[in-house]
Design a protein around this ligand. Sequence first.
Ligand SMILES: [Zn+2]
Ligand SMILES: [Zn+2]
Length: 399
Amino acid sequence: MTKPDFRREAEALFDEMVATRRDFHQYPELGFQETRTSGIVAQQLTQLGLEVQRGVGQTGVVGLLEGTKPGPTVLLRFDMDALPIQEESNLDYASRNPGVMHACGHDGHTAMGLALAKIWSKYQDQMAGRIKFVFQPAEEGLGGAFAMIADGVLENPRPDVAFAMHVWTPEPFGSVRVVEGPCMASSSVFTITVQGKGGHGAAPHLATDPILAAAHIVTALQSIVSRNINPQDSVVVSIGQFSAGTTFNVIPDKAILKGTVRSYNEELHRKIYRRILEMATRMAEAFSCKATMETIAIVAAVNNAPEPTAVVRQAVVDVLGEQAVSSRRTMASEDMGYILEEIPGCYFFVGARNEAQGCTYPHHHPRFNFDERAMIHGVAIMAEAAAKYVLPQSENETG
Ligand SMILES: [Zn+2]
Ligand SMILES: [Zn+2]
C-alpha cells in the first residue's frame, strides 16, 4: 500500500470540522454535563462503525477501531468541556448558552477527534492493532481523566501509547510545541479560611478583622516563590479569589482565599504547601485570627515519554517541516497528566494564534478564539503519529 497523505485528508475534512466545531461552540456544556456533545460524538462514532461505549467517566465516550491484524493499542484523547465564562466574542457562532463558553478550544478538539475517527475508519482493513478514541469530559479542573480511568478507560485493551493535543493561542499558527519530559505543570488548588470575629466597622477594637489578616497572607504568600524556591525552578503561587464581607460598615466573621499552585515536581509542590500553611496559620495568629487550609485536585505534571515524543516530533516535521517545531513549556496544567503517568505518550500544542483573525486572546478569555486551520495541523500530526504504531509497513515508504 502507499502511505496515506494525512495532511491532504485533514484538509479535505476542514469544512466539516469547522461546521462541527462551530456547532459545539454554540452549545457549550460544562464538565460532566456534556450530554449533547457526547451524544453527537457517540452517534458519529457508531455511524463510522466503531465499537462505542458511553458513560465512561459519567459523560465520556470511548470508540474502539479494531484493525484486521494484531498490533499495539493507540489511545487518542480529546476533551469536550466548556467553561463557566460569559462569551464576549461577537462571533456569529458565539455561545447560545448564557454563562458558558468554549473558551479553551475543546470544541475544536472534539471536532478534530471526530475527523480522526473518520480518517482512520477508512484504513481499518490495513491496521495492525487498534485505536481507542477517547472523548473526555470535565478536563477543566473537575477530574474528568481520573473519572474515565476509574471507569477502566486504560484497560481492555490497555493502551501501549497515548496522544493528546491542545490548540494553543500563545503559539503562532504554523508552529507546534513538542517537548520531551515535563511540558505542563502539576496543579493543585487550595482554600484558606481566615476566621476572625465580626463587628461594627466603627468599633474595630471590639472585633477581630479577618480581611486585614487575609490581605497580609496574600502579600506574604508571594514571597514563597521569590524567597524559598531555587530561582532555577519554575513555580507559581496565585490567589484567584478573595471573598469576605457583605457591606461597607460591617467587619465580617471570616475571609476566604482560593488559589492555585503550579510546578513541575511533586517534592517542590509539597514544599510550597508546607510554606503556605505555615505562613497562613502564623500570619492569622499574628492578627488574632485562625487560618485553616484545604487542598484538593492535584493534577500530575504532564510528562512526555522519549519515544512517543520523537514520533510526534517527526510527524510535525513530516506535516509542516523542521521550522515548525517549537520547544517551549507552559505552567498551565492538564489532567492528561494522569493518563501519561500510566501510559507512555506525548501531549503537544498546535499553534493557533493569528493576529489578522483576531485570534490573540489567551485561553479562558471571554473573547478567546483560535485559527481554525490549526485543526488541519493537529489532525494530520496525530494521524501520522498513530500511523507509526498501527501502519508499521508505511514507515519505509516516502510520502
Ligand atoms: Zn482550559
Ligand atoms: Zn484546555
